[in-house]
Design a protein around this ligand. Sequence first.
Ligand code: CA
Length: 351
Amino acid sequence: MQNVFKIIWVLSCMLLTLHANEKVYKLKMATTWGPTLSPLIDAANNMATMAEKLSNGQLQIRIDTANKHKAPLGILDMVKAGQYDMGHSASYYWKGKDINTLPFTSMPFGLTSPEQYAWFYHGGGLELMQKVYDKHQVYSFPGGSTGVQMGGWFRQEIKTLDDLKGLKMRIPGFAGEIMARLGVQVTNIAPGELYTALDTNSIDALEWVGPSMDITMGFHKIAPFYYTGWHEPASEMHFIINQKAYKKLPKHLQDVLVVSMRLAAYDMYIQNYDMNANAWEKMKKEFPNITVKTFPKPIMDAMKKVNEALIEEMTQENALLKEVLDSQKAYQKKVRVWTQMSDYLYLKDNL
Ligand code: CA
């Protein structure tokens, strides 16, 4: 008799496992981006497609773009509240709500994309990110990097610090604060109105992303000085997941999700690399008067100084932010030696 019970128990366990392996789990994800904003929206779509394929259809992720939910910058709130299970956005969009989310996107003069991925996955960055996001009851994962962003399009050449005084520029976030301290009149204009603002002299300069995404905006047609980057050397997008929604998934689907996010992030980085190369080739061919410039050293030095001062102010009474920024700084110091020995010297001698 005892054996019969044992057999029934084993059979029940097998049926339960079978059931868990067959049940379809559906998640809803909101993105900051519209349906055509490559490569950002592609990272979200690729992740969902991969998760479905790798799980043999058991994990299905429905994506609502900003056109549907109408709250492009409200992704953290919606995922936190459980209105959506997941989100794809960029961590620094929430710096107004929680300043500690800022460093996980990119910091001026900070890590490059390969360095930052190394920090996330092998240098303690991911753990620090979960520590910051825990109070919002979500998990956060890297979601694709734009690589080095360009410093922006300027109608006039910037030769001295005086040229920055009173200059009207769209440059959001932390970099905007740096520019403001150097006398720039920083403005915030909706993306759809940027071209007209530049064309009608409402602004003198703006930064967007890089050739891959700038080309469709058309700024190069009216502001020919294209400055190299300093402010967003590795802008990382993020997938966020409501902790309860994540815990409801069986272990193997959690694994599928984590692997899909990691692969989609990497794929966006290289997709954007390719898009940049193609867009730049086309842009330069059609508008040969575009001039690539780097800010003169005195300007760069002033930016670095303000950057340090602002970080000092921000971290004075914020131990967690200090922990994150100190971790990035220490990692950068170590990893940059290798970057210099490898990529930098290789390129320097082979251009
Ligand atoms: Ca930007």
